[in-house]
Design a protein. Structure first.
Length: 144
């Protein structure tokens, strides 16, 4: 399994995925609790690699994870993934899981805003980028 992280300053998205990209679990945690949450996940799931996005706060998070793994004598690599456009992808994945209902269906896609943080979806996407299941150009962003 892969533990994927969308590192942030205040909150971080976490996802555990199978090697084929299928989601096992996802959540959003306070970055301040990172070490405690990661240890809990590593005891619960058979993780073979930790994957982190290379965006906001990734250097500090990678350093903290490296120190944690060393202190706990856990031999896992921490890989960085380009997380360009993953927020846009996260919004698309959110809307696939939470289709608008009632009158909200008639609001054009470009005018909808996601009502909750999607860092967990972004972590799931980062894991899928790592295994090569998706690419940044899959977002169909106008800049790609």
């Amino acid at each position: 399994m892969i533990l994927a992280i969308d590192p942030g300053t205040i909150k971080s998205g976490i996802a555990i995925i199978e090697n084929d990209g299928q989601l096992v679990m996802k959540t959003i945690i306070a970055t301040a609790n990172l070490e405690k949450e990661i240890i809990t996940l590593l005891t619960k799931y058979l993780v073979h690699v930790i994957v982190s996005g290379n965006g906001t706060n990734h250097k500090a998070v990678k350093k903290r994870l490296t120190e944690l793994l060393k202190a706990e004598n856990i031999s896992l690599s921490i890989e960085l993934v380009n997380e360009k456009y993953t927020t846009e992808m996260g919004e698309e994945w959110y809307w696939k899981d939470h289709k608008p209902k009632g009158w909200k269906r008639i609001i054009p896609k470009g005018f909808r805003t996601v009502p909750v943080p999607i860092d967990d979806y972004v972590a799931w996407i980062i894991g899928n980028i790592y295994i090569g299941r998706i690419k940044e150009e899959d977002v169909n962003h106008k800049k790609t």
